[in-house]
Design a protein around this ligand. Structure first.
Ligand SMILES: *[C@@H]1O[C@H](CO)[C@@H](O)[C@H](O)[C@H]1NC(C)=O
Ligand SMILES: *[C@@H]1O[C@H](CO)[C@@H](O)[C@H](O)[C@H]1NC(C)=O
Length: 543
């Protein structure tokens, strides 16, 4: 009750010039005090809150307006500039492999062909209920779109000659809190009276102070009108308009309509909690302390001999760095030693499940992923990878893997998604990278890199390794990370690959069992299902 009395005093008229600072202190206090009040006033919160994302009436008007603006001036002729226009997305991708233009010996090595994998055929053809699965995917996609819809992403145009002044972007409020809306104003030619109104969907308006000669209707409601015979008084009053969010959502936005006779403007107020940072305290003593900053993670299956060679090689250069091993062998053998964490999983849980488990146990700022048949050498300089991660916005940076032949592979790819309508989109994976990184001449930006990479632990944990990929998989992680991971690749940090290419008749028994699991054909259709259903693609083209 005390709160309520205090809050109401805010509406008492104040001589603004003298008490300017005092008022702002009041605003701050009253912002906090207004919150419990709305719990009583608001009819919205009395019987539960609808947290489906809603298409508010304001957004309906807004979308019509944008349509009108885009369709304006239809009778003025135009000339298409083909070389630019052809770069615009057509939003109707088709599943096409690259054309082979010439046939020469080794031409496929120099210019790797683009292969197209039609997921619709590959996955749906063998499915007992293709129509059912299509329908299910469409429904899940609709729900996903509804969940991820954010009014702050809606296009807003500030029209020319609009007498209304307002903030287009950059206004934020925490859920159920109150702010002053900055920047509201009216610039209009002389007339007998001036009126503006404000409309919100997820919140209410009020004023933190009142100004003489201004009449206000709808304080504490989601529609407020302010009018005055004096333009300067109205503009002064507009500086004290507050917005209080009344529907709790940790991350959304409210579209505000701001109108005067003959003119409407729209802007958004972001509603959300502050992003809580996730920081790692890894000590700082000038240089990079790899033990404190990095954990090495790997997954092993059957190849204990290879794993031992890997550990021995790491210890030569980094004797105290923690090594996390995920192990899904049938008969697990002990792997012991200082700074080793060995996690035994149920038999055959699989490749991505193991990666996920290993990465989930990392508590250093960075995680280095290695395969269990890699060997560290003097060229495996983890400091270089830490350095680029510390100095750039990259989240993940790959190195190079030197095969026994001497060739060092970086496996750089770019990934893009093209809209394809109802059937699903197209995923395009190509060899190559986007650009070289300034200050790091051996490093480039790409969308996918090799199996040897260092990454910010938290970012990799956020993307995760989908445990449904059991046998094979690598690029799938980068497909899931597209748009959230900033990825680089450096060719001067090199790890060696223990012999992989062996003639079949010289293979050891262990190797044969390993290959039977890893490369058994059962994985293919699972993978098609994930890309078709989970990622909603109809086609994947790949180089
Ligand atoms: C808001 O104000 C404008 C101009 O005063 C008016 O035309 C419009 O109808 C008002 N909007 C509503 C929802 O009353
Ligand atoms: C590096 O970090 C480890 C683990 O936090 C710590 O034990 C060690 O003393 C540090 N080394 C130096 C040189 O600071």
């Amino acid at each position: 009750m005390k709160n309520m009395r205090l809050c109401q005093t805010v509406n008492i008229s104040i001589k603004m010039h003298k008490n300017y600072q005092k008022v702002f202190r009041w605003i701050l206090v009253s912002g906090l005090l207004l919150v419990p009040l709305f719990n009583f006033w608001s009819p919205w919160t009395s019987s539960g809150v609808d947290i489906r994302s809603r298409w508010s009436p304001v957004q309906k008007v807004l979308s019509k307006k944008i349509g009108d603006i885009i369709r304006g001036y239809p009778d003025i002729a135009y000339h298409k500039k083909e070389e630019v226009a052809c770069r615009l997305a057509q939003n109707a991708c088709v599943c096409l492999a690259g054309e082979e233009t010439f046939h020469l010996p080794f031409s496929h090595l120099l210019f790797p062909p683009v292969l197209a994998h039609n997921l619709q055929y590959a996955f749906l053809e063998n499915h007992p209920d293709p129509e059912g699965i299509k329908h299910h995917r469409a429904q899940e996609y609709k729900n996903f779109q509804r969940r991820s819809y954010n009014p702050a992403d809606v296009l807003i145009v500030a029209e020319a000659n609009n007498p209304l002044q307002y903030p287009i972007q950059g206004v934020e409020v925490q859920p159920l809190k109150t702010i002053i809306i900055p920047g509201l104003g009216l610039k209009q030619e002389a007339r007998s009276s001036y009126t503006v109104n404000l409309t919100a969907t997820l919140g209410t308006f009020d004023v933190a102070a009142t100004v003489d000669m201004v009449s206000i209707k709808g304080e504490g409601e989601n529609y407020m009108t302010l009018s005055s015979p004096l333009l300067s008084a109205l503009n002064r009053q507009l500086q004290f308009v507050t917005y209080t969010n009344i529907v709790f959502h940790p991350r959304t936005a409210d579209s505000i309509q701001f109108a005067t006779e003959g003119h409407q403007a729209f802007f958004t107020i972001k509603v959300g909690h502050r992003k809580v940072p996730k920081l790692y305290n890894s000590g700082y003593n000038g240089g990079y302390n790899i033990t404190a900053l990095v954990t090495i993670a790997t997954k092993t299956f059957i190849r204990y001999d290879k794993l031992k060679d890997l550990i021995d090689s790491i210890r030569k250069y980094y004797p105290t760095v923690t090594i996390v091993i995920a192990d899904d062998n049938k008969d697990p053998q002990p792997v012991t030693g200082p700074h080793i964490e060995h996690y035994i999983m149920p038999f055959g849980k699989g490749w991505f499940a193991g990666r996920n488990l290993a990465v989930s146990q990392v508590n250093t700022k960075y995680v280095l992923w290695v395969d269990d048949d890699f060997i560290f050498t003097a060229n495996t300089k983890l400091e270089k990878l830490v350095d680029i991660l510390e100095k750039t916005t990259l989240d993940l940076v790959g190195g190079a893997v030197r095969e026994v032949t001497g060739y060092a592979a970086t496996f750089r790819h770019t990934i893009s998604v093209e809209d394809g309508g109802e059937e699903g989109d197209c995923l395009h994976i190509r060899l190559g990278y986007h650009h070289v990184i300034e200050g790091f001449p051996n490093c480039v930006v790409a969308d996918a890199v090799i199996n040897f990479f260092m990454a910010r632990t938290h970012e990799v944990q956020q993307v995760g390794f989908d445990p449904r990929l059991s046998r094979k998989g690598h690029l799938e992680f980068f497909i899931d990370g597209l748009g959230s991971l900033h990825i680089g690749s450096c060719s001067d940090v090199i790890v060696n690959h223990a012999s992989k290419i062996k003639l079949p008749w010289t293979k050891s028994e262990t190797r044969k069992v390993y290959e039977k699991f890893r490369y058994s054909s059962t994985g293919g259709n699972d993978r098609d299902e994930l890309i078709y259903f989970k990622n909603r693609f109809k086609c994947m083209t790949r180089q």
